[in-house]
Design a protein around this ligand. Structure first.
Ligand code: G3H
Ligand code: 13P
Ligand code: ZN
Length: 323
């Protein structure tokens, strides 16, 4: 058993309470490799923002469990070396079983998500409670989910979303003991969230559902998944340099700013980072076909990612100067 405190990490409890009171959201950025981690940490240090480093089951397999522990420890030390110590949470994104959550808790994660949203309500309660009972022995915080998001994530995919039913949340939170709850109010996973004609805005989020949820569990930390905005300038850059991403649209940043000022205190962003890296790498390859040193295309990708994360922190989530 490697406890997260030995790695210098924190759980999400206190961060969420501060975020709800302060009307901002903590960034939850996914990472799979060194450059993404460097970009996240340097962006958060420069903006003095707390951060949740998210690892999906697929990312855990990709990056290797042992390396991940050292990367997380390294991230905490790297932040200090950059001149400012920020709270860092290492979080399992979309945990699909008790065994995966347990294994993460035993190897240094400070927070886990157990995603039983695709199960029946009673099975979701049972699985989530099992993970909470184990996690809380080690002061690890747990995120559950009610409602289904459209889109694809690790082995969990759905063509259509099912909005969270507000009448279920109170019972779910009480019976499971979860520390935060992901809800479905119209976001979805991936870079192809909505089909929007040029000049049209993506559909608004269901703030009526969010407000109903907040009424039933006042002050309880709410999480938004699928919150990439699919920036059109980045998509245009990808297409300019040989990519082909048509008809893509994400959640508007105005909608996310509004959500962040409510009980939504964790906002998950992965796809926007993937797009930013791809745009930067494509540009290098298009402009310098002879380039073959990975540092010369992963470096620019890292710079573009960092710029994107700083923008999210300052202008969307509002977690700037909250560390
Ligand atoms: O919600 C899913 C995240 O974007 C992680 O994606 O399962 O492909 O690592 P992944
Ligand atoms: P995006 O695909 O919108 O970035 O969502 C990421 C996410 O929810 C990770 O759990
Ligand atoms: Zn997600």
């Amino acid at each position: 058993m490697l406890h997260y405190k030995e790695l210098g990490l924190v759980n999400s409890r206190e961060l969420f309470q501060k975020a709800i009171k302060g009307g901002y959201a903590i960034p939850a950025f996914n990472f799979n490799n060194l450059e993404q981690l460097q970009a996240i940490i340097s962006a958060c240090v420069e903006t003095k923002s707390p951060v949740i480093l998210q690892v999906s089951k697929g990312a855990r397999k990709y990056a290797n469990q042992t390396l991940l522990q050292y990367l997380a420890k390294g991230a905490v030390e790297y932040a200090k070396e950059l001149g400012y110590s920020i709270p860092v949470v290492l979080h399992l994104d979309h945990g699909d079983s008790f065994e995966t959550a347990k294994s993460c808790i035993e190897s240094g994660f400070s927070s886990v998500m157990i995603d039983g949203s695709h199960l029946s309500y009673e099975e979701n309660v049972k699985l989530t409670k099992q993970v909470v009972d184990f996690a809380h022995q080690y002061d690890v915080t747990v995120e559950g989910e009610l409602g289904v998001l459209a889109g694809i994530e690790d082995e969990v995919s759905s063509a259509h979303s099912h909005y969270t039913q507000p009448e279920e949340v109170e019972d779910f939170v009480k019976r499971t003991g979860v520390d935060s709850l992901a809800i479905s109010i119209g976001t979805s996973h991936g870079a192809f969230k909505f089909k929007v004609k040029p000049g049209e805005l993506p559909p608004p989020l269901r703030f009526d559902i969010l407000e109903e949820v907040e009424k039933r569990i006042p002050g309880f930390p709410i999480v938004l998944h699928g919150a990439s905005s699919v920036p059109q300038d980045i998509v245009a850059e990808i297409n300019k340099y040989g990519g082909k991403l048509d008809d893509t649209a994400g959640v508007s940043e105005d909608q996310l700013r509004r959500a962040a000022s409510s009980a939504v205190c964790k906002i998950n962003i992965d796809s926007d980072g993937r797009l930013a890296m791809t745009a930067a790498i494509r540009k290098v390859f298009a402009e310098k076909p002879g380039e073959f040193d990975p540092r010369n295309y992963l470096g620019p990708a890292r710079d573009k990612l960092k710029e994107l994360y700083k923008h999210k922190i300052e202008h969307v989530l509002g977690s700037i100067n909250k560390a």
